[in-house]
Design a protein. Structure first.
Length: 554
């Protein structure tokens, strides 16, 4: 790989000694935040907490070398963790060797997919998932994640992963709630919220972790059925080789595609926001390469799928990080923790990790966004609602697929039911406007003016013909029909045939058609259909006024 294709060579060549203190401090602060988060998210993914620390080491270093954002903090995140659990748990039981093996294979596939898309410069494919779908999906996933932590916060055993089933199970097990676990969970949540709202720069998670471990140790609360993390393996992440077989690959590919796209969308959104603050440029395809390599390499070091984190990236920026070296420092601090400090987490209650997850994800429930979508375009609001409800009801995999399918149906519906505006003259503006929006616009009995506000093709011509035929049949005095093509960027052969049929049909009733504002690309297509020969002097008008003047002169 050429040096110009490795961003690290660029920022290292311009690195200044003055940056190192800022990068070191930012790296330390993010590491303090990431240690408890990583352990919590690993638990969310159905893995032992130490796997979250593994995912916060090698992948961070790889992204720092190949990614283009100097502030994006890559590692385990809540949404990708729940997607990992919901994907792999359909094929193997969490905690088994088969489950761990499939998680590594999933990470490898995610890396290969993202790397391939980046190398082929196909990053634009991400935009086929609408913003409304992503917002609804993330909000619903946050709700699912929150409910999934009730077992850790209440000290009860829950079998289901679906929200409604979890609620039913909790109600049935109310008498079995562990009061000590409940107090730890609620207390930790409250403290984390206080820090988040009133002292956002203070690492509330690490403070809660330390306090809770002291409480459990001195109170020996594990003897009262308070579940603790227990022994956390010491040492660097071991070399792991994903077991690759055709059946497992085929089963995991759909999930890997979903995680690849969602992970990249999360990362690129945050990377662009932070880049804009410092007037940087983000290369989406290179970002895919960086994330792809982070996941691909990470799969050989006992990690699980990673992506950019909103919260940690914001902290990295606010802490003064100057380059990607801050992420390398973060990974280094995590490695030191794995080497020397894992034993300190023995008495960490799982309720605290559950509280960290709940506080981290509750802000992802974006009610303001759905209100905004409904106020701007109701159909986008309904896409959000359908995606949200489908995800809550049918799970994360099916939910996003239903949301994407619904949004595509809406798009197809808009395409096959084109806007056809009838125009009238507005004297105050000396212009022709849509009579539906401008009731004062005047029309003429012998003239109908239509404006097509879409490209014309085989799928929508039937609707357009029907609208025009209905309007023409309502006015038997019509002698001229002007079609304003200024909004038409494309026309296919089927649409041309349909318009020709209309022209010939209405010619019998002595109704003539004129065309206004035909764009160059459309005119080329019409010329290939020999319209200049079939309908001479009907396509030359630049404005409606020119066409009307010609009609009156004749």
């Amino acid at each position: 790989m050429k040096k110009k294709n490795i961003p690290a060579f660029v920022w290292l060549s311009h690195y200044k000694k003055a940056y190192i203190n800022q990068d070191l401090l930012a790296g330390l602060i993010v590491a303090i935040m990431l240690i408890p988060q990583g352990m919590a998210y690993a638990m969310l993914a159905g893995l032992p907490p130490v796997y979250g620390l593994y995912a916060a080491t090698i992948p961070l270093i790889v992204y720092a070398l190949f990614g283009t954002s100097r502030h994006l903090s890559v590692g385990p995140v809540a949404l990708i963790s729940i997607l990992t659990l919901s994907s792999v748990s359909t094929l193997a039981k969490p905690g088994t060797d088969e489950y761990f093996s499939l998680v590594l294979l999933l990470m490898l596939l995610v890396g290969i997919i993202q790397l391939s898309i980046g190398l082929l410069k196909l990053g634009f494919l991400i935009h086929f998932i609408s913003h409304a779908v992503m917002s609804g999906f993330i909000s619903a996933s946050a709700v699912i994640i929150g409910f999934s932590q009730l077992n850790h916060l209440l000290g009860i055993k829950l079998e289901s992963n679906h929200v409604f089933s979890i609620i039913r199970e909790v109600i049935n097990q109310l008498p079995e709630i562990n009061i000590y676990t409940l107090i730890i969970g609620l207390g930790s949540t409250l403290i984390l919220l206080i820090f988040k709202h009133f002292f956002p720069k203070v690492p509330g998670a690490i403070i809660v972790v330390i306090l809770s471990m002291f409480v459990v140790y001195f109170g020996q609360l594990q003897t009262y059925a308070v579940t603790i993390v227990g022994e956390v393996p010491k040492g660097l992440p071991s070399l792991s080789l994903p077991v690759i077989n055709q059946e497992s690959v085929m089963q995991l590919i759909p999930f890997a595609l979903m995680i690849s796209f969602i992970g990249f969308m999360e990362s690129i959104a945050m990377a662009k926001v932070l880049a804009a603050k410092v007037k940087d440029k983000i290369n989406p395809n290179q970002e895919l390469i960086g994330l792809g390599l982070a996941n691909l390499v990470g799969s050989f070091f006992s990690a699980y799928p990673v992506t950019g984190s909103f919260s940690r990236s914001a902290v990295n920026y606010e802490s003064g990080a100057r380059t990607q070296l801050s992420s390398i420092f973060t990974a280094s601090f995590i490695l030191l923790t794995l080497l020397f400090f894992t034993s300190y987490f023995y008495y960490l209650p799982q309720a605290v990790l559950g509280a960290i997850i709940v506080v981290a994800v509750y802000g992802l429930i974006d009610i303001k966004e759905v209100k905004y979508l409904f106020s701007v375009k109701k159909v986008d609001g309904w896409i959000w609602v359908v995606t949200f409800v489908a995800t809550i009801t049918f799970g994360v995999q099916n939910g996003i697929l239903i949301g994407i399918a619904f949004s595509l149906l809406v798009l197809i519906g808009r395409s096959i039911a084109p806007e056809l505006a009838e125009l009238g003259y507005v004297k105050a503006e000396d212009a022709y406007r849509d009579i539906a929006r401008h009731p004062q616009a005047k029309t003429e009995t012998e003239l109908l003016i239509f404006r097509a506000d879409t490209s014309l093709h085989f799928a929508n011509m039937t609707f357009l013909e029907e609208k025009m035929n209905n309007r023409i049949s309502e006015n038997r005095q019509v002698k001229w029909v002007i079609l304003d093509f200024s909004g038409v960027n494309f026309i296919d052969a089927v649409a041309i045939y349909s318009i020709e049929d209309m022209i010939e049909m209405y010619k019998i009733g002595k109704i003539e058609f004129l065309f206004v504002g035909v764009k160059g690309s459309v005119m080329e297509t019409l010329n290939k259909a020999k319209w200049q020969e079939k309908y001479p002097k009907k396509l030359e008008y630049l404005t409606i006024k020119q066409a009307i003047k010609d009609i009156k002169n004749n």
